[in-house]
Design a protein around this ligand. Sequence first.
Ligand code: SF4
Length: 233
Amino acid sequence: MSGAKRAKELNETELTKVFSLLYDRFGPCHWWPAESVTEMIIGAILAQNVSWKNVETALGHLKSRDLMSLEGIKRVPAEVLEELIRSTRYYKTKARKLKAFAEYVDTEHGGDLQALLALPLWQQREELLGIYGIGQETADSIILYGSGQPIFVIDAYTKRIFQRLGYFDEKIEYQGMQQFFMENLPQEAKLFNEYHALLDSLGKSTCTKSNPDCSACPLAELCRYRNQAVMEG
Ligand code: SF4
């Protein structure tokens, strides 16, 4: 057996073990928390660099004004939209992003969001990344949770947890992390969906930025950060 293959099998086994431990603790998470694909996409854009609680406030405002649609986003004056999503920080920029997305779907796909979401995975990613305000994490969230195609979403929680577990160093970039998961897990949207949601649950509740609660963590046995702390402590 070649070294590369052995390494892949090892990684596969470990990633499956991490998933099982998280699932036993938190799952299933039923992500993405949205009533429609449009709401999911609007939520993904608003969620950039802000907590979900703040996003929920903004989504509630949009719903109460009957603006939870790309048509609604297009028609509402920018200043009004900014006020409605003020809770999400950088709200002026985010209002521009929402309008840019709605305009793009209108211009390039005749207003048919499903036509964009039906594009093959990598073609869709390229289109999404060409839209103002859509970065890699947002594009991948739209592909996975909006169109149901298998791409692994990387966010700050994923990076922090897997760095602490000992898989990634500080310098690793988005694509390197994504490639690692996609090469070592079966290409299944359902698995990627749940895995990402479980990592977010751990990152929010336990593997926090400062003072992670390692004694309550289901991954403690596997974690280099925690094991070092035990040895030093
Ligand atoms: S053991 Fe601690 S550092 Fe490691 S993943 Fe769990 S909470 Fe994070």
